[in-house]
Design a protein around this ligand. Structure first.
Ligand SMILES: C[S@@+](CC[C@H](N)C(=O)[O-])C[C@H]1O[C@@H](n2cnc3c(N)ncnc32)[C@H](O)[C@@H]1O
Length: 248
C-alpha cells in the first residue's frame, strides 16, 4: 500500500472533478444514493440512528442522510474533505483511508457509495476495506455499498454535454477493460466553456457479485440483496449491495 498522501495525490490527479470539488458537486448533484439508503434503512433497520460513510467525497449523500441520522464521513482526499467542510460545515467529515481508518465507534449503518470502493484495486486492500466496515458495524448494522459489479466493455467513445456553472462543457468518454486485473479504466476528455481542456484517467476495480458475496461474508456480514435500483433486477454495471452484520 502506498502512503496516504501519495495515494490521495494520485487519485486527485486522475480526475478534474476531484481537483475542482465545487465542480464535482455541481455536476454530480443528484441525491439518488442517499434516497436509496433511506429506503433501505427504513426497510431493514428502521431504528437506525447513526451512519458512517466511507469514501464520502464532498459529503453530498451525507448532507441528505444527516437530516435524519447522526453521521460521520471519511474520505482519502484532503481537497474533497476541505471543500466538504466549507460547503457543509454542519457535517463531521474526516480525512482517512477506508483500508485503515478506525474511528473507535460502531454505527447502525455503514455505507460506501458512488463507486468509492472501486478505487481500492488489489484483493488485500479490499480485505482491509471490509475489515474497516466490520470494525465500525454495531450489532445488526446495515452495510450499503454502491459499486461496479460488471465491466463496461464498449470501447467506442461517446460524447455528451454537461451543464456546469460556467456553461455547457463537452465530455467524451472511452472505456478500457482489463480482465486480468478487473480494472475498468475510464478516459474522459473535457472541453470546458473557458476553452480549456482536461483529461481524466479513472481506474475502477470491478467486483463481480460472487466476489462481493465473498468479501461481505468474510467480514461477518450476510448479504440481504443486490440490485441496480430498489425493486429492480441485477444487470450492472453498477449495483447496490445490502448486508447485515451478524457478529458482535
Ligand atoms: C466517485 S467519488 C464518490 C464520493 C461520494 N461517495 C459520492 O457519491 O459523491 C469516490 C471517492 O472515494 C474516495 N476514496 C478513494 N479511495 C479511498 C480510500 N482508500 N479511502 C477513503 N476514500 C477513498 C475518493 O477520494 C473520492 O472522494
Amino acid at each position: 500500500m502506498t502512503s496516504l498522501n501519495t495515494e490521495a495525490e494520485y487519485v486527485e490527479a486522475s480526475n478534474l472533478l476531484y481537483r475542482d470539488p465545487a465542480l464535482y458537486d455541481a455536476v454530480q448533484s443528484d441525491g439518488a444514493s442517499a434516497g436509496v439508503c433511506r429506503t433501505l434503512i427504513e426497510a431493514y433497520r428502521p431504528d437506525a440512528r447513526t451512519v458512517v460513510d466511507f469514501g464520502c467525497g464532498t459529503g453530498r449523500d451525507l448532507e441528505i442522510l444527516a437530516e435524519r441520522f447522526e453521521c460521520v464521513g471519511v474520505d482519502l482526499q484532503p481537497g474533497m474533505v476541505d471543500h466538504a467542510r466549507r460547503a457543509r460545515p454542519e457535517l463531521d467529515i474526516r480525512i482517512g483511508d477506508m483500508r485503515s481508518v478506525r474511528l473507535r465507534k460502531r454505527m447502525d449503518v455503514v455505507t460506501c457509495l458512488g463507486n468509492s470502493l472501486a478505487y481500492v484495486h488489489d484483493n488485500e486492500g479490499i480485505d482491509l476495506a471490509f475489515a474497516t466496515f466490520a470494525a465500525h458495524a454495531g450489532p445488526g448494522a446495515l452495510l450499503v455499498l454502491c459499486s461496479p459489479v460488471a465491466p463496461i466493455t464498449r470501447t467506442e467513445p461517446i460524447s455528451a454535454t454537461v451543464d456546469t456553472p460556467m456553461g455547457p462543457a463537452t465530455v467524451t468518454i472511452r472505456h478500457e477493460w482489463d480482465l486480468r486485473t478487473q480494472i475498468n479504466t475510464m478516459y474522459r476528455h473535457w472541453e470546458l466553456p473557458s476553452g480549456d481542456e482536461a483529461r481524466d484517467e479513472i481506474r475502477r476495480r470491478v467486483l463481480f457479485p460472487r466476489e462481493l458475496d465473498h468479501y461481505v461474508g468474510g467480514a461477518g456480514f450476510e448479504v440481504l440483496d443486490m440490485f441496480d435500483s430498489p425493486g429492480g433486477g441485477l444487470a450492472g454495471p453498477t449495483a447496490y449491495t445490502v448486508a447485515r452484520y451478524t457478529r458482535g
